[in-house]
Design a protein around this ligand. Structure first.
Ligand code: PHE
Length: 339
């Protein structure tokens, strides 16, 4: 019996010491130390031993088992620790490894939209919104656009049904806001608009920023001051603004606002077609008919409105020769606007 115990201990220790993986060690444990393992079987062998010797051998077997268990535990902790270290090593972040990340750039349309909005927000305007799929009522009727106006033609407007269309201008938002709010109203509305045009200076989808200021005693002078200030902040402080008489059914008087040419400063060049001026936006004093249609008292209130073409402003600011460049998604173009 003594020999049997000694040899089991020896074999067990050898196997544990030579074992190099936690999984194998678990298997060895089952084989040796479990209920049906080698040590348990040794205990069963005690049956054949005379009764008076049983306690002696029982004790020896238990001591042998705990010796093996002890070595097993040490080995288990060692292998566990090693596995952990290995894991840490493989998952460690190498902070010295420099990986160049490409930083994207904003499309100039978004840059300009944000810059223009920020300037007007700085002047006390707040942001308003309206739907791109618009009722004819808001896009034309309530803006005093006559039934036979060419802008309503199928060649100038994308219709969805007789009464529903893709808005051709952000001006409809003026009505939506005036119907809901009481003056003072001071809003801008940046958004997409749609017209069936497609060439170097027109795109079927483009962006406008509508502005509306309605209160008591708002005049053309306020419009001029506001737009002059805007042009100086958005382009540069030497920019000169020119108001030219124009016509929109929803403003009276109406103006077209030009900027002194940024390339030739008024002398005349190919950019300004030798006029010295660049067309920037349409604006005017809100027609009292429009105020009344939106439910405001035109004797008490007056206002001004303007509509800035975002792509046009971007083309002027950055000297972009073709509007389509801003829609082509060519990374070489967009990358130039990384600031
Ligand atoms: N909605 C006009 C356009 O699309 C611009 C505009 C807005 C003119 C507000 C006057 C007042 O051309």
């Amino acid at each position: 019996m003594n020999e049997k115990i000694k040899s089991l201990v020896q074999i067990s220790l050898e196997r544990i010491n030579n074992c190099n993986s936690i999984n194998d060690l678990e298997l060895i444990k089952i084989e040796l130390l479990s209920k049906n393992g080698s040590f348990a079987n040794l205990m069963k062998d005690l049956k054949a031993i005379p009764n008076d010797q049983k306690p002696y051998y029982g004790k020896i077997i238990n001591e042998a088992k705990s010796e093996v268990l002890n070595v097993f535990s040490q080995k288990f902790s060692f292998l566990n620790e090693q596995a952990l270290k290995e894991k840490e090593k493989s998952e460690a972040l190498d902070v010295t490894l420099s990986k160049k990340r490409e930083i994207g750039a904003f499309n100039p349309i978004n840059i300009v939209k944000k810059d223009i909005s920020d300037i007007f927000i700085g002047m006390g305007f707040s942001l308003a919104d309206g739907p791109e799929i618009e009722l004819k009522k808001y896009n034309f009727d309530l803006l005093n656009i006559p039934d036979d106006h060419p802008a309503r033609d199928l060649t100038d407007t994308f219709y969805i049904t007789d009464d529903l269309l893709l808005r051709t201008q952000t001006s409809g938002v003026q009505i939506r806001v005036m119907e809901k709010e009481k003056p003072p109203i001071k809003i801008i509305c940046p958004g997409k608009v749609y017209r069936p045009d497609d060439d170097a200076t027109h795109s079927p989808m483009f962006h406008q920023i509508e502005g509306l200021y309605v209160d008591e005693n708002v005049t053309l002078k306020d419009l001029k001051k506001t737009l002059e200030e805007f042009a100086k902040l958005f382009f540069d402080k030497d920019t000169i603004v020119r108001f030219r008489p124009s016509f929109f059914p929803f403003t009276e008087p109406s103006v077209e606002v030009d900027l002194s040419c940024r390339m030739c400063h008024g002398k005349g060049c190919s950019l300004c077609k030798y006029t010295g001026w660049l067309e920037l936006l349409g604006a005017g004093v809100v027609n009292p008919i429009v105020l009344e249609k939106a439910g405001l008292d035109s004797k008490k209130y007056s206002g001004f409105a303007f509509g800035i073409g975002v792509e046009r402003a971007a083309m002027i600011k950055y000297g972009i020769p073709d509007m389509r460049l801003m829609f082509d998604n060519d990374i070489r173009f967009i990358k130039q606007f990384k600031f």
